[in-house]
Design a protein around this ligand. Sequence first.
Ligand code: E4P
Length: 219
Amino acid sequence: MKIWLDTANVDEIRAAARFGVVSGVTTNPSLWAKAASGIEYREVVVEICSVIEGPVSAECVAQDVDGLVEEARSIASWHPNVVVKIPLDETGLEAIHRVSREGIKVNTTLIFQPNQAMLAAEAGATYVSPFVGRLDDIGHDGMAVVRDIVEIFDRYHFSTHVLAASLRHPLHVIQAAKAGAHIATVPYAVLQAMFKHPLTDVGMQKFLEDARKAATVRS
Ligand code: E4P
């Protein structure tokens, strides 16, 4: 399973890039507003593309099909690695179908049930993003949706990638991997939590102390 970063904060993306484990980035208007209000969305996305060599999702906000198609074409022209995010409703589905035929890569966003994912895949989307955390927030089992989508896509040999999104903690990442998601997109804090364990810290401290003791005995 690939790890992508779910942020529009370029400092976080630069820091994470140094680990060599992040192969893509997802953004949305809320993440843009949080990280870089006052800077053009295009500018932020293009800068992210200069840091990460991989797909970078940028979201459309138009409200009608023609508007979404125009916006998708424009966003896709920002950089060859840009993937256009389109939310899955009736309008979005038609737009996904139209722009996918033009070769524009679409990450279908705001997926909350497997039917939405199947429709997006049939329409030609490259990625579907089930939102795990937001389903958990309202008492549903978000990861069950990821599992169902993976099972359906496997059974019918869809080439569309399952991108587990709205992941809130490290356990979500493990569950997404076990569910067979192709990609997990995670906030920077979740990525940091993935490599931390108190026993690692305690163990390192003990090795350090013992190394100092051994060096003192030798000298
Ligand atoms: C990523 O593509 C999504 O926009 C993001 O994971 C949503 O996360 P949230 O539900 O924590 O806002």
